[in-house]
Design a protein around this ligand. Structure first.
Ligand code: HEC
Length: 130
């Protein structure tokens, strides 16, 4: 039996849902753009699947670093770069987010989850890092 067919029949047979050790990676079409505009909603829709609801990160099949109490967020350019271009296990989101959306989500994570970096990043910072 082909593996795909095997998996399909497994999912048909399964009566209980199986908790995945690893958060599902989003499969997005090339022209996809996120529509959320606030840092909070962007975080919930774009980042939370991997970095978790309180920014605590996760270790399972992969390692998702905590954004909570994270000194790497001190220099605003670092999270901007990670969001735009990705980093190892993190996919790049630059094409799916406007400059203002990147600003919103980066300033959000830099001022939440125990982080208190109030020198807000700007749309120009994001433009320069693209
Ligand atoms: C598909 C899972 C995934 C998503 C979605 C995701 N990340 Fe990540 N992120 C990762 C992984 C994995 C790493 C660690 C990469 C590495 O090993 O260098 C990471 C690293 C980071 C880092 C660097 C942390 C450090 O301590 O060096 C920042 C900042 C970050 N992510 C912010 C975000 C933000 C903001 C979002 C939402 C816009 C986001 N991530 C969405 C998986 C994800």
């Amino acid at each position: 039996m082909r593996f795909g067919v095997f998996l399909m029949s497994l999912s048909v047979l399964a009566t209980t849902s199986i908790a995945l050790a690893e958060p599902p990676a989003a499969t997005l079409s090339p022209g996809f753009k996120f529509t959320e505009q606030t840092g909070e909603t962007l975080y919930a829709n774009v980042c939370q699947a991997c970095h978790m609801s309180k920014g605590e990160g996760a270790v399972g099949a992969g390692r998702y670093p905590a954004l909570a109490n994270n000194e790497s967020l001190k220099a605003g350019g670092y999270p901007i770069y990670a969001v735009l271009h990705g980093q190892k296990g993190m996919s790049p989101f630059g094409r799916m987010l406007s400059d203002d959306q990147v600003v919103a989500v980066v300033n959000y994570v830099r001022t939440h989850f125990g982080n208190n970096y109030t020198d807000a990043v700007t749309a120009q910072d994001v433009k320069d890092a693209r």
